[in-house]
Design a protein around this ligand. Structure first.
Ligand code: AMP
Ligand code: GLY
Length: 421
């Protein structure tokens, strides 16, 4: 098979690395990819939102299967376009991807299907939202309904800050049209967990549990980022908890979407809070998580290409994914200044294969020139190590990172602390 992967981050590098190990896969193209991905696949200079360009490339190269990483092309309808042309593609349709593309839709959908989530109100009128904010009990979360690159959710501790956030989203439109509608919801307390599931709309196969670390500094301090690290599996997600998540969240979501005429094929990502009264949904995403994919796929024993084909063909019931024992930990290295304006162009040393620690370097933002690597993004490298348990994987990953340097490099030193109490 010839496969085309759409995307350019650490998630896509992990996808390409895993697909590459499949005997079914002969060649992989990535649009647009990155320098690290270029070591194992052919990068193609196409933007992820150039749906027409990607479709033409797939036809020209006679690609057998296209796999979409990021949410943007999915919410723009890349799957619908490909299917109309008879091209094979892995991911949810535009209508199904609305579960991520519109938080207002997702919340109202959850209410309708009794999926546990924080109680909420939706506003498309600024004056109404401000009026609500004056009277409400705090703290609350205020969220732009549309896509905001993971930056659209803000905690408001009191009415003044809530008013300021509403003004920024609906008045100044800092997220553009994504903030024309907002969701205001209660804050949930507990531990966050990510559960991703493979589904063809009928069969649901949850992957191992994982946990992302969204904040920039140790101890979960500072602003949210695209993800500073992750680990897998999460020890406090028991088999019984997994069963509850399946019955109360995954099944009602997939079957509810089906009922609404939004058949879901691809990956459903459930971002959950494990509260004292059980798991509740913080958000749904319509794709693999990043960096979670960088720890979950290294523990998948089964052939990923096989699973993708079964999903596209609607045959997922024939698949029984097999997982490795042990644990995986990923630590993300970022450029000075990230998540605000950051530096690029710093020389990176130590980019090589680290077999001795069972470590993988997944590239997110690097550039390669001659024999030298340079930083080229806010998130630069995801260093993942697999070992027999979380503790030894943490040690292996930080040992590996002793060898990797660039000016202004930042990373958290406490990834997976929740699992080592
Ligand atoms: P979201 O964009 O909805 O995923 O929110 C980003 C992050 O904000 C989440 O990963 C949580 O850490 C936090 N968050 C969002 N909504 C809530 C909530 N209702 N209660 C507590 N934390 C939340
Ligand atoms: N790790 C969070 C996300 O992928 O949205």
């Amino acid at each position: 098979m010839k496969i085309l992967v759409v995307g350019s981050g650490g998630r896509e590098h992990a996808l390409v690395w895993k697909l590459k190990s499949s005997p079914l896969v002969k060649r992989i193209y990535v649009a647009p990819g990155n320098a690290g991905i270029g070591l194992m696949a052919d990068n193609v200079n196409l933007k992820v939102d150039d749906l027409e360009g990607v479709a033409r490339f797939e036809q020209k190269k006679e690609i057998d299967l296209t796999v979409v990483g990021p949410e943007l092309p999915l919410t723009l309808g890349i799957v619908d376009l490909f299917e109309k042309r008879g091209l094979r593609i892995f991911g949810p349709s535009k209508k199904a991807a609305e579960i991520e593309g519109s938080k207002a839709f997702a919340k109202e959908f959850m209410r309708k299907y009794h999926i546990p989530t924080a109680s909420f109100v939706v506003f498309d009128d600024k004056a109404r939202a401000l009026e609500f904010a004056r009277e409400a009990a705090y703290p609350l979360f205020i969220k732009a309904s549309g896509l905001a690159a993971g930056k659209g959710a803000v905690m408001a501790p009191n009415a003044e800050e809530a008013a300021a956030v509403i003004e920024r989203m609906m008045g100044e439109k800092v997220f553009g049209e994504a903030g024309a509608k907002i969701v205001i919801e209660d804050r949930l307390a507990g531990q966050e967990v990510t559960i991703m599931a493979f589904t063809d709309g009928k069969t649901i196969l949850p992957m191992l549990s994982s946990q992302d670390h969204k904040q920039i500094f140790d101890g979960d301090q500072g602003p949210n980022t695209g993800g500073m690290g992750a680990y897998c599996p999460v020890p406090y997600v028991s088999d019984q908890m997994m069963q509850t998540i399946r019955e109360q969240i995954l099944e009602p979501a997939i079957y509810g979407l089906e009922k609404e005429g939004r058949r879901y094929k691809g990956i459903l990502y459930a971002g959950l809070m494990i509260t004292p009264v059980g798991p509740k949904v913080i958000e749904f995403n319509c794709r693999f998580g990043d960096p979670e994919t960088q720890v979950v796929l290294p523990l998948l024993k089964s052939d990923l290409a096989d699973i993708f084909i079964a999903i596209v063909d609607g045959n997922l019931n024939i698949i029984e994914p097999v997982w490795k024992e042990g644990a995986a930990v990923c630590v993300v290295m970022t450029s000075r200044g990230y998540p605000d304006k950051y530096e690029t162009g710093a020389k990176i040393t130590g980019v090589r294969t680290y077999r001795e620690n069972h470590a993988y370097l997944f590239h997110a933002g690097t550039r390669h020139e001659g024999n030298t690597w340079y930083t080229a993004g806010g998130r630069v490298l995801g260093v993942t190590a697999v070992n027999q348990d979380i503790r030894s994987a943490v040690k292996a990953v930080y040992d590996t990172m002793e060898n990797i340097h660039f000016e202004g490099a930042h990373f958290r030193r406490d990834i997976a602390y929740q699992a080592m109490k």
